[in-house]
Design a protein around this ligand. Structure first.
Ligand code: NAD
Length: 354
């Protein structure tokens, strides 16, 4: 056995009602906080501001998908004019992405209060989009100082988004299990996260306000974000990044539709990882188990119905092959094209033999 493990540290507070700790926890981060959210989540951000009292110097509610540079520039100006010395991100990956952009560009430390299962709050990965082109990078400057995980804040996440966001977290774990820099801890976390989310989502289908199930799903999201931040991702994330950026497909929905097929592509080259995924899902065949989990919960499994035209299948495959990156199975244009074609159709991944 041989591995390197260098955990990234954020103080994590996890409990139903964790939001009650926001004022106390701010003390270690700053004394003038700009609260960030999307327009849809402004009421939640205002609640945070109210809890912080004088420490809150404003609410900026224009966080948006893929962190557009114009929004970052507007947030920078709000931060400067209010003399903010830190931020609080209240929301999903888009809002946390905004806090990371401000941490990177202005050096503002931040607290994350995640309300989806995307996991960005645990990673040193930032992204910003300029004129349709998304740049990403890694920098420890963009790590959250404190993360408040409050399952009560996820109850409002619509069930359909809970499913795709949960599948997004599972995708981090599937790729973490076959990452070249995987280590025993990240693999334990990844398998446990898949088990937690796959157990929680069907319970949320029965009652999406079930706090115990919401807690289990958010616990899985924390683990999923942790492994995403610790080890390298491969074909699946590269494909979803390409499809989202170049073809404007929605983030978590795209992860959901592609995951069974990227897992099927890599399965012959990653048998141990697939065994662990299948064990966590309680099934025989990992790609099929992923497909049935998502489809059984009503997720859209066709990239075509998510907005990818059939003419875009080949260009998407060509784009995904640009820039070499580590992947358990060698990438071929024909193989990737077939993978995307299957995801485009939303067909069952168990046909195998890509
Ligand atoms: P999101 O943050 O874009 O949120 C989607 C929508 O759901 C928004 O309108 C938001 O306001 C709303 N929403 C969020 N939580 C809610 C709740 N509890 N109740 C009601 N509405 C709620 O979605 P996301 O999937 O969390 O994030 C996607 C973005 O995050 C993408 O840009 C992706 O690239 C990025 N991301 C980055 C990392 C990283 O490590 N850098 C990791 C994962 C995702």
């Amino acid at each position: 056995m041989k591995f390197i493990y260098s955990p990234l540290t954020a103080r994590v507070i996890f409990e139903p009602g964790a939001l009650n700790h926001v004022a106390n926890e701010m003390a270690s981060i700053g004394s003038r906080a700009l609260i960030l959210s999307t327009l849809e989540q402004r009421a939640g951000a205002e609640d945070v501001a109210r809890r912080l009292g004088e420490v809150a110097v404003g609410v900026f509610d224009r966080a948006a998908m893929h962190v557009p540079t114009e929004a970052v520039v507007a947030a920078e100006s709000a931060a400067r004019s209010s003399h903010a010395d830190c931020t609080v991100a209240f929301g999903g990956g888009s809002t946390i992405g905004m806090a990371k952009a401000l941490a990177l560009r202005l050096g503002l430390p931040f607290m994350a209060i995640p309300t989806t299962y995307a996991g960005s709050e645990m990673t040193p990965i930032w992204g910003m989009t300029d004129a349709g082109l998304k740049r990403t990078g890694r920098d420890t400057k963009v790590l959250a100082r404190v993360v408040l995980y409050d399952p009560e804040l996820t109850v409002s996440l619509p069930f359909g988004m809970s499913v795709t966001s949960g599948m997004n977290a599972i995708a981090h774990c599937v790729e973490a299990l076959y990452a070249p820099d995987a280590n025993p801890i990240t693999s334990l976390m990844a398998e446990e996260a898949i088990r937690a989310i796959a157990t929680a989502l069907p319970r949320l289908a029965i009652d999406s306000t079930d706090i115990a199930a919401r807690s289990t799903a958010l616990y899985g999201a924390w683990l999923g974000g942790s492994v995403l931040g610790s080890v390298g991702m491969a074909l699946h994330h590269k494909l979803c990044h390409t499809l989202g950026g170049a073809f404007n497909l929605p983030h978590s929905e795209t992860h959901t539709a592609v995951l069974p097929h990227s897992a099927a592509y890599n399965a012959p080259a990653a048998p141990e990882a697939m065994k662990r995924v299948a064990r966590a899902l309680g099934c025989e065949d990992a790609p099929l188990g992923l497909y049935e989990l998502a489809r059984g919960l009503g997720a859209e499994m066709s990239l075509g119905r998510l907005g990818l035209s059939s003419e875009s299948v080949r260009p998407a495959a060509e784009l995904a092959l640009q820039n070499a990156y580590a992947n358990p199975r060698p990438l071929t244009l024909a193989g990737i094209e077939q993978l995307i074609a299957r995801a485009h159709a939303g067909s069952n991944p168990s046909g195998g033999g890509l």
